[in-house]
Design a protein around this ligand. Structure first.
Ligand SMILES: [Zn+2]
Length: 364
């Protein structure tokens, strides 16, 4: 998979004490990454299970072992900081740029197996869950990274997408970041995650159905038409580059929500070309910094979600990033209560046009 990393990114793979894989990504010349994990680790937890809701068709992952996972440890016990001064963490090196490793408490792991059928369709929770550490600096945030570091993270996401898509049983690769305790982040260190699902996720399944219906009705691609319409209209566009445009969706579900699309429709990160890859870090950092300026409260909690096409829908689904916050005012969060959680029907208290205007105003 090294071929998917744009030069000059160096990639060094190693193994942790319990057999999990860890990969260092370094910009520029290769850095020796030969530190050994010396921790006495317990064996890896039992596998999880995926079950299909017979009523909605949605897959649910049942991972009971995750109840024991590390929850908001003090900074001096951070498992994502480098191993230094006799303190051993998940990352054996005493420094790193970007590091990716298999989650110690994964929701999904291992190989696919037989599915049971009927009303109780279930199977092994196959796939993989990885942690992506954006920096060795515990007290920073993605928005504070340099463009070159953000580019290195993009290269790591891309490399992992290629590698995980090739694993047996993996249908969809999802790179994402949860930022902020309000979102439920259990570790403060700047990091994201990657889930390699053994199924197509419910939201992607709905998008694929919509794209298929649009194709049938118009003969065209849904995402091509959507992006062209938003760029032509401009009212909800937050920022536009040469190769990417970010806009608030017409029917945004969250108080502040931005979707970032490359102008050229591609199925996933591995299909981006050099020019698209070069422009992304500056635009993405700009968006994150705008989010942090929205409320005058410092770091805004957010979820950043890469939508990538599963193998079955590469012709119609378009790679894009969805960035949103659950914060609606400086002191109020949007909770998913009865209407949203019970019915999947969102009520948004901020008009998408106003949200776009605000996000344009906080340019600096
Ligand atoms: Zn840390």
């Amino acid at each position: 998979m090294a071929g998917t990393v744009t030069e000059p990114t160096a990639r060094t793979a190693t193994t942790l004490a319990d057999g999990r894989e860890l990969i260092y990504y370094d910009s520029g010349a290769a850095v020796p990454r030969n530190a050994v994990d010396r921790r006495p680790l317990d064996p890896r937890p039992p596998a999880s299970q995926v079950r299909r809701d017979p009523v909605t068709g949605d897959w649910v992952t049942v991972a009971a072992h995750r109840q024991a996972r590390t929850y908001q440890p003090p900074a001096e016990e951070c498992p994502l900081c480098p191993s230094r001064d006799g303190r051993l963490s998940e990352i054996p090196a005493d420094d790193y740029q970007v590091a990716v490793f298999e989650n110690r408490f994964p929701s999904l792991a291992g190989l696919p197996g037989e599915l049971t059928g009927g009303l109780r369709t279930a199977g092994p929770g196959a796939g993989r869950c990885e942690v992506v550490c954006f920096t060795a600096d515990h007290d920073t945030s993605f928005a504070d990274l340099s463009e070159s570091r953000a580019r290195l993270v993009l290269d790591a996401w891309t490399d992992r997408t290629a590698a995980l898509s090739a694993l047996p049983g993996v249908e969809q690769v999802y790179c994402f970041e949860n930022r902020g305790a309000e979102i439920g982040v259990t570790l403060a260190h700047p990091h994201g995650q990657i889930y390699a699902f053994p199924f197509t996720t419910p939201r992607t399944t709905r998008m694929a159905a919509r794209a298929s219906a649009h194709r049938t009705a118009t003969g065209r691609n849904l995402f091509d038409d959507l992006l062209a319409a938003e760029r032509a209209d401009g009212e909800r566009v937050v920022l536009a580059g040469e190769h990417w445009t970010a806009f608030v969706p017409f029917a945004a579900r969250w108080p502040y929500e931005v979707h970032l699309y490359p102008h050229r429709r591609v199925p996933d990160l591995t299909a981006l070309d050099d020019a698209e890859r070069a422009e992304f870090p500056g635009l993405y950092l700009d968006l994150l910094r705008r989010f942090d300026r929205l409320f005058g409260t410092g770091r805004t909690p957010y979820i950043s979600a890469w939508h990538q096409a599963p193998a079955a829908h590469r012709d119609e689904l378009a790679l894009h990033l969805e960035l949103f916050t659950i914060r609606r005012t400086a002191d109020k969060l949007k909770y998913l209560a009865g209407v949203e959680s019970g019915m999947d029907a969102f009520v948004n208290d901020v008009s998408p046009e106003h949200a776009a205007q605000r996000l344009r105003e906080v340019a600096r």
